[in-house]
Write a new protein. Structure first.
Length: 504
């Protein structure tokens, strides 16, 4: 039998098999209280201090549906081009596990609030791929288990486990795709692009911050392979709780190679859950996957059905913001950039920062230049996201304004940004403290130019003889003498004027 570490090359896997994916994304809603009780959802509280009889499943405690949670679910459904149910119910998903205090999860089964939709996603080369949505349904999160005493943080090898029920009852939306077929070798890229687009959509709707690194958005990657030409899907594996875009892509790719290795050696794929390991990019076996009947679903008897009126649904539809793909296409046209450039901006996480910098008064070209250049480099070197840098879009816009006014050149502007990032104050304060303004006094510039000409007579003679390009050496001398604080274009003009040479 082939082990989980045996792989075939990605190219060989795709030569024999077609990948079929299904992506299940859980989104934690940003409500103030839990889905079925009034307990707080805020982070950072001491364990088991944000609980009540309802979210602890005490006998006789009755749940009440969070109206904001329902509204958020409808917003997500509409943004995903889904149909919104006129009538739907909650169900009990029965299983025993220590982090589920009621021994069942309140979820939706065969009657989801939103169904039959799609999301168009853009791949790296600008191609659009449509991912069809099976359903988006409401449910609650479970508690959190902390396994203590082992080396890995998992239950195996731990001496004991601690349980925190603060998360039990947190509102979730689970978004389930239909089988994704036809992506071929680009299946892992499609998975990443889908989750990224979904994250941007969720954030645009304002229903969740969708921070994957904080567990506010998690993806289960279902994958199977089928031999070319066969209609029937293969047996799937489900890699659980993948929490970054890069990991979604890596998990899909690894499972394609692992499945192909098992099948090519005559083995059988086990339907199971699997764990993804960030350090190695590999997956390992979890538990045999249950089927729906194993959960013994039945309608939740303590909650009335949800029946959103058509008027309310249309009111919500009318309140939806511009969605991410449409917004990016509009901005791309307004800014005059290519699809590849816009993809790079999106990958860098600077799109909203650029927009806010433009709104603060910068022109689009300079806003892009600073966020995609100096600031993206600083973020990368510091290991943080661009929006975590110690500089605001307003401050970047001010730097851009100082450059446009001629008070700074690009070299000085970079020093100003460096000072702001170092905590030296606002752009104007950094300019004053470091003495960084461009030398604009014509008398001082004229003196510096005269000294450069006198110190480089051979270069001056070449320029007089028609070799205007040689002026660069004199410009460099003046810039050195003024510590880079002169306007290079004005310096060149003065040099040519003093030598009696025209640019043309």
């Amino acid at each position: 039998m082939t082990t989980t570490t045996d792989l075939v090359s990605y190219e060989d896997a795709l030569a024999s098999y077609d990948p079929v994916m299904g992506l299940e994304v859980h989104v934690e809603l940003g409500t103030n209280t839990k889905m079925f009780c009034g307990c707080s959802t805020s982070l950072g509280a001491d364990p088991n201090t944000q609980t009540c009889p309802t979210c602890l499943g005490m006998p006789g405690a009755l749940p009440v549906v969070n109206a904001t949670g329902v509204e958020s679910a409808i917003k997500i459904g509409l943004a995903l081009n889904c149909e919104i149910a006129e009538w739907c119910r909650f169900a009990r998903k029965n299983y025993f596990y220590p982090d589920m205090p009621k021994n069942f999860q309140t979820s939706q089964y065969d009657e989801p609030i939103a169904f039959n939709g799609y999301l168009d996603v853009q791949l790296e080369d600008g191609e659009t791929f449509r991912v069809e949505i099976e359903r988006a349904h409401m449910e609650e999160d479970t508690g959190k288990s902390l396994h203590v005493g082992g080396a890995t943080g998992r239950i195996h090898g731990a001496s004991h486990s601690l349980l925190d029920y603060n998360r039990a009852g947190i509102p979730l939306i689970e978004i389930v795709t239909k089988p994704i077929v036809g992506a071929g070798e680009r299946a892992p890229e499609v998975a990443r692009a889908y989750v990224r687009e979904l994250r941007e959509l969720i954030r645009a709707l304002g229903v969740s911050e969708a921070r994957m690194e904080q567990g506010q958005m998690r993806c289960d990657v279902n994958l199977s392979l089928r031999p070319h030409g066969r209609e029937k899907f293969g047996t799937r594996s489900e890699t659980k709780n993948v929490n970054s875009l890069r990991s979604v892509e890596r998990a899909a790719r690894f499972e394609i190679q692992r499945h192909a290795a098992v099948l090519s050696s005559g083995g059988t794929i086990v339907q199971e859950t699997r764990h993804f390991h960030e350090d190695t990019g590999s997956t390992t076996s979890g538990r045999v996957k249950e089927e729906a009947e194993d959960y013994r679903y039945f309608p939740e008897p303590d909650l009335v059905p949800v029946a959103p009126s058509r008027e309310w649904v249309e009111e919500i539809r009318g309140s939806l913001p511009e969605l991410p793909l449409a917004r990016r296409n509009r901005l791309r046209e307004e800014w005059g950039v290519s699809g590849t450039d816009m993809q790079a901006i999106l990958n860098a996480g600077t799109l909203d920062l650029i927009v806010r910098t433009i709104e603060a008064g910068a022109d689009a070209a300079s806003a892009r230049k600073w966020w995609m250049g100096e600031l993206a480099r600083s973020a990368n070197e510091s290991g943080v996201a661009p929006d975590q840098l110690a500089i605001t879009p307003d401050q970047v816009a001010r730097v851009s304004e100082l450059v446009a006014k001629g008070e700074l050149n690009d070299k000085l502007a970079r020093q100003v940004i460096e000072g702001v990032l170092a905590g030296e104050g606002t752009p104007d304060e950094v300019v004053d403290k470091r003495g960084l303004k461009v030398v604009s006094d014509e008398g001082a510039l004229g003196t510096a130019v005269d000294e450069a000409i006198a110190g480089n007579p051979g270069v001056a003679d070449k320029i007089r003889g028609g070799k205007v390009a040689a002026a660069g050496a004199l410009v460099g001398a003046v810039m050195k003498a003024t510590r880079g604080q002169a306007d290079a274009a004005r310096v060149k003009e003065l040099i040519l004027e003093k030598l009696g040479v025209s640019e043309g």
